[in-house]
Ligand binder design. Structure first.
Ligand SMILES: C[S@@+](CC[C@H](N)C(=O)[O-])C[C@H]1O[C@@H](n2cnc3c(N)ncnc32)[C@H](O)[C@@H]1O
Length: 286
């Protein structure tokens, strides 16, 4: 439900295409992702005080989290609306909801920068790992706050800034830079400055949220082997996947080999890979 008046900019269109391209990868690796990430959805739903009968919005739901968890919590008397910019992600989310027998969740394609729900539409709003993808997080936070009912709660998760927050993403980017001589990221990335705990809390307070709290959550992702781990990042990361669109299979193989070498500290005795991550969960009340 993009606003009818909003025509996507070329940047928005390219972002949508990048996420569409990795949707099948998210489906393929969903068990790996969700085994680690389920605790984050659980905590967000708890912080947002989601209860039976409520109306919940999940923004940038991807292939359906935490929307599906919320749908099971609000029950048949409640309703969940889940939005994402990528129609392919949403197709998979719909399939997952149907397989789980959840009829109280509705999926809509919408850019989170242009949501136009009437004020006070939701008792709780969730957004797991989506806020910092937006071109203007402060505006998005203000829009989210308006869509909440009085006393409604917004709960979100964002990645921290340090290399120990998401080691695989950091290593995958570093190897790509070494191999392809990529430019450093722009100093003014279009996101919350740093997306760290303090910055997120500040942005939420600035958007008018009350009772703002934030906490760190640790989650460990696991793969059967370094090869599986390198395939994972090529399949699910829109940036890394885009980088290989026009490269040869030799370059892809070299990238995988270089990345596998950098993963050695995370390989355990049976050859599997365990990478600890740290995310920030925050919540605020309208
Ligand atoms: C890291 S994934 C997280 C998906 C899901 N919330 C989860 O935790 O598994 C980020 C999601 O944000 C969506 N996204 C990116 N930019 C967006 C935008 N401007 N508006 C809405 N969704 C967006 C992508 O399509 C993708 O599904």
């Amino acid at each position: 439900m993009n606003t009818p008046s909003h025509v996507p900019t070329p940047d928005e269109e390219s972002q949508r295409q990048q996420w569409d391209r990795v949707a099948a990868g998210w489906q393929k690796w969903w068990r790996t992702i969700e085994d680690a990430a389920h605790c984050v959805s659980e905590r967000m739903v708890e912080l947002a005080e989601v209860e039976p009968g409520q109306r919940v919005l999940d923004i940038a739901t991807g292939i359906g989290e935490p929307a599906l968890l919320a749908a099971s919590r609000v029950g048949p008397a409640g309703r969940v609306v889940a939005t994402d910019i990528s129609s392919r992600m949403l197709d998979i989310a719909r399939e997952r909801a149907a397989m789980a027998g959840l009829a109280n969740v509705e999926f809509r394609q919408a850019d989170a920068g242009w949501l136009d729900f009437p004020d006070g539409s939701f008792d709780a709003i969730l957004c797991r790992w989506g806020v910092t993808s937006l071109p203007n997080p402060p505006d998005a936070l203000a829009t989210i706050r308006r869509a909440l009912a009085t006393d409604g709660v917004f709960a979100t998760a964002v990645w921290g800034t340090g290399a120990d927050s998401r080691p695989l993403a950091s290593l995958a980017t570093a190897v790509a830079r070494d191999m392809f001589d990529l430019p450093a990221p722009p100093p003014q990335a279009p996101s919350l400055p740093g997306s760290a705990e303090g910055a997120l809390k500040q942005a939420m307070i600035h958007a008018g949220f009350a009772d703002v709290r934030a906490e760190e959550i640790r989650l460990t992702l696991e793969w059967a082997s370094a090869e599986a781990c390198t395939q994972y990042i090529l399949d699910v990361s829109p940036d890394i996947s885009a980088l290989f669109l026009d490269r040869s299979s030799g370059q892809r193989a070299e990238y995988r080999q270089r990345l596998a070498e950098r993963l050695r500290p995370y390989v355990i005795s049976d050859g599997s890979v365990r990478i600890p991550n740290m995310t920030i969960c925050a919540a605020g009340r309208r």
